[in-house]
Design a protein around this ligand. Structure first.
Ligand code: AHR
Length: 525
């Protein structure tokens, strides 16, 4: 590979199959459906749409959700859940009340509720992650909801579910104990002590109904909130032994003209995860626990929050266009690198949800009664979800560093790799954060070649563009698509590739299989 004048210095790392961080948990490829704006109504659900199924859900959106590779979907909020009465959304539609949604100043008709969502989740093939209202409600409504959902039959609430058409229990395993209760914008905001007690008591009671569930305690709404750190510590001092996960939420955006810092957003996510792990482990030691808590990064994405007018400035409306950010190439590169970071923490991050799924800061956009299309961020998510398999390997990259105003000097390369021990398949995910030049990358595969023989490139996909602000729109839905990358080569022991500036790349390698009769070699497909 010849080095052009504008290329950066060589970056590289070695892969060793013994250096395993953790399994690729499919729950890392989660998303989020909230009753907010047009995520549910005219997003996943639109009975009048030409593609709607018998239950009123858009088939075009279901297909895109499957193509996205989403494994799990959190529901029904978000801020919405903190004043939600789940009973409003079950039973005959004609009798369901229309309510004010206090979080987003929405008019909520309750046409979709827990049973409809569970039908949708089953059809699409995603695991549900259900949130209970610990803002305006508490232990009793959470216990009632889990009895309604998970108890087989023979009690008032389980029989009510059966009367409502759901004969079998929904058997929902994963539950969020509220949402962002540290935030002043939240209905029923709590101090960490108040929330910690409530989370512990709710967890205890919910497990009395169904001991097989997994529970997520609310962590900080973002890493810049004043109470970050003390919130986690105080909440976990009350609730550590009662929960399985602590949540993290964060959104990233480019501040005026500072693309370099934006492209390094994953350093911030990395620090955030490290700090929550340290805090959780500190409390674990303090309470003499034998278990290690996992992290649920159940809201993450790019979100141009500075453009949001604020809830207080909204009129009461049904299914309004709300924060339907149009994502560009740089946003997709950042989403790709945030996924790299989540995978690099596969030992502790067990759940992650790209927020949200449709229309609201989402990979999928829809027009009411019309088309649906993929935003730029759809691609790194879908390709990572499809390709990442087996174990995440430890990667210690060397190479050039670039300066950012927000995070100081950061490596130009952000990368991770997965390895399937059975087949020997390796997937390298890499981002070139530099805005000034291409980045030559060399990955040493010899320790894998020792076990499986020579490795050859079978896929090389890159997302980049001369215009980093190019977007996909309803008029030009395929303006930005990933393309077959150029020139990744492998001599069986080392793979070499040139990563374009501001780009996200996936490279899949497989061991060569030799046909015993002809002696021909080819990569395993
Ligand atoms: O995803 C949008 C909103 O962001 C969610 O409702 C809330 O939990 C977060 O602040």
């Amino acid at each position: 590979m010849s080095k052009a004048a504008e290329d950066l210095a060589l970056a590289g790392f070695s892969l060793d199959p013994s250096f395993v961080i953790g399994q690729v948990d499919r729950r890392l490829f989660g998303s989020f459906v909230e009753h907010m704006g047009r995520c549910v109504y005219t997003g996943i659900y639109e009975p009048e749409h030409p593609s709607a199924d018998a239950a009123g859900f858009r088939r075009d959106v279901q297909d895109l959700t499957r193509e996205l590779g989403v494994s799990l979907v959190r529901y029904p909020g978000g801020n919405f859940v903190s004043s939600y009465r789940w009973e409003d959304g079950v039973g005959p539609r004609a009798a369901r009340p229309t309510r004010l949604d206090l979080a987003w100043r929405g008019i909520e008709p309750n046409d979709v509720g827990v049973n409809e969502f569970m039908g949708w989740a089953r059809d699409v093939g995603v695991e549900p992650m259900m949130a209970v209202n610990l803002g305006t409600r508490g232990v009793q409504s959470a216990v009632d909801l889990i009895e309604y959902c998970n108890h087989p039959a023979g009690t008032y609430l389980s029989d009510l579910r059966r009367e409502h058409g759901a004969k079998k229990p929904h058997d929902i395993k994963l539950w969020c104990l509220g949402n962002e209760l540290d935030g002043p914008w939240q209905m029923g905001q709590k101090t960490p002590h108040e929330y910690g007690r409530l989370a512990a008591e709710t967890a205890k009671a919910m497990r009395m109904v169904d001991p097989t569930i997994e529970l997520v305690a609310v962590g900080s709404s973002n890493s810049s909130i004043e109470t970050f750190g003390t919130w986690e510590a105080e909440v976990l001092e009350q609730a550590y032994e009662h929960v399985d996960y602590i949540s993290l939420h964060d959104y990233y955006e480019e501040s005026a003209g500072d693309l370099a810092s934006f492209l390094a957003s994953s350093s911030d996510m990395d620090r955030f995860i490290g700090a929550v792990v340290a805090t959780a482990d500190h409390v674990g030691a303090k309470v003499r626990s034998k278990k290690k808590l996992k992290l649920s990064f159940d809201e993450w994405n790019v979100w141009y929050q500075k453009r949001f007018v604020g809830q207080q400035n909204l009129e009461w409306t049904f299914a309004r266009e709300l924060i339907e950010d149009e994502f560009n190439v740089a946003d997709a590169v950042v989403v790709g690198s945030l996924m790299i970071t989540l995978l690099r923490h596969a030992d502790r991050v067990g759940i992650a949800c790209l927020a949200q799924l449709v229309n609201i800061i989402a990979p999928i956009r829809t027009d009411p009664g019309g088309a649906s299309w993929r935003q730029t961020i759809f691609y790194p998510f879908a390709i990572t979800a499809r390709m990442a398999r087996g174990q995440v390997l430890r990667v210690e990259p060397s190479g050039p560093r670039i300066h950012t105003d927000a995070y100081g000097d950061v490596p130009a390369l952000d990368a991770t790799a997965t390895y399937d021990a059975e087949t020997g398949e390796v997937v390298i995910l890499a981002v070139n954060r530099a805005t000034t030049g291409s980045l030559p990358l060399e990955v040493d595969l010899r320790a894998i070649e020792d076990r499986h023989g020579d490795l050859h490139v079978v896929d090389h996909i890159t997302l980049n563009d001369d215009d980093v602000y190019a977007t996909n729109t309803r008029e030009h839905p395929d303006r930005v698509v990933p393309r077959a990358g150029q020139g990744a080569t492998s001599d069986g022991k080392k793979v070499r590739v040139l990563l374009p500036c501001v780009s996200w790349t996936a490279i899949r390698l497989q061991p060569t299989v030799t046909n015993p009769t002809s002696g021909d070699s080819h990569a395993r497909s």
